[in-house]
Write a protein that binds this ligand. Sequence first.
Ligand code: CA
Length: 229
Amino acid sequence: MTDRGLVLVVEDEKPISDLLRLYLTREGFGVHAEFDGVGGLTAARTRHPVAIVLDVGLPGMDGTEVCRQLRAENNWVPVIFCTARDDEVDRVLGLELGADDYVTKPFSPREMVARVKSVVRRSRVSRSSSEPVSVGAVSMDTARRRVWVGDEPVDLTATEFDLLAHLVSEPGRVFSRDQLLAEVWGYASVVGSRTVDVHVAQLRAKLGDNSPIRTVRGVGYSAEVSGDE
Ligand code: CA
């Protein structure tokens, strides 16, 4: 299971890719690896990674072009570049690609994992604090803590709101009941995971047919974007 979300690793050197997979997995991230730029771009669009580790020198389309295309599509997934030489760092910075961080090879996998954790944490904070979010017919103003289904406002309790906001902060990610308890309620499973089920049921009743919340049998819940795989 991927507790912290999926990291996309786009790196054509298999030993580096394998090492990153090992360390990221150990820290609770899921890992999807691609070995060229076109594959990386496709996976970035379809797999909803929480972060991308993106090598600059890739066969086919290079890493800077992958990042440029994502930003042009208004995709702001955190990107950490791996650069082989200092002049590549200069190039990445000079292109103003909207990268979140960069690490120069050879890097320690530990260091890369620390950077990944950091960008993921920062991206969550900024996403949950400002912009209106919408999933299907449901839209949320997280700053004013208001929710609509279509044009109709829906009244939610603070907990229901936080639960919904947490689920939609990462559409497609599956959260276990224990994760939701820890991350939304802020405590471990002392109160029992039924609490989560009860709140999800209430949320669904309020959101009606437009509820984006999907039950993942035996695992937990996720918020689905329409047309998502
Ligand atoms: Ca390379």
